[in-house]
Design a protein around this ligand. Structure first.
Ligand code: FES
Length: 129
């Protein structure tokens, strides 16, 4: 008889106060479908949001400097390669060559001053805590 897989426990990413409103993201390593990749979490309108660091246009990392994803007006996540723009709350493409898709979101919560990520079946920690 097959056993149900054990869920990966929540992973501590960083302190909540490390994420300034519309500031620099915290970038972390993951395994996405067992392949090494990076993800990021940032604060936008008070909420923490996290995505795989992978553009929909070409599957490459998007930050223009390490952890810097937002445009000059701090309104959109911008891909540094060809300028695709994503709405930060849901990761939806709103302009540029990213089509109608959405960034791959990761489930994160802020609790007791800490930010945690809940891994999914598809996206797991590269270095489990
Ligand atoms: S790779 Fe992101 S817009 Fe082209």
């Amino acid at each position: 008889m097959l056993e149900a897989p054990v869920a990966t426990p929540p992973q501590l990413l960083c302190a909540g106060d490390q994420l300034a409103e519309r500031g620099t993201a915290f970038v972390f390593d993951v395994l996405h479908y067992r392949e090494p990749a990076r993800a990021f979490v940032l604060r936008f309108d008070g909420q923490v949001v996290a995505y795989l660091n992978r553009c929909l246009h070409v599957p490459t990392e998007m930050d223009w400097q390490h952890g810097e994803f937002l445009d000059g007006d701090r309104e959109f996540i911008i891909c540094s390669i060809h300028g695709a723009a994503y709405e930060p709350r849901e990761g939806r493409c709103v302009g540029g060559p990213c089509g109608r898709g959405k960034l791959t979101s990761l489930q994160v919560v802020e609790r007791d001053g800490q930010v945690y990520w809940y891994p999914s079946r598809d996206t797991q920690p590269a270095f489990p805590a």
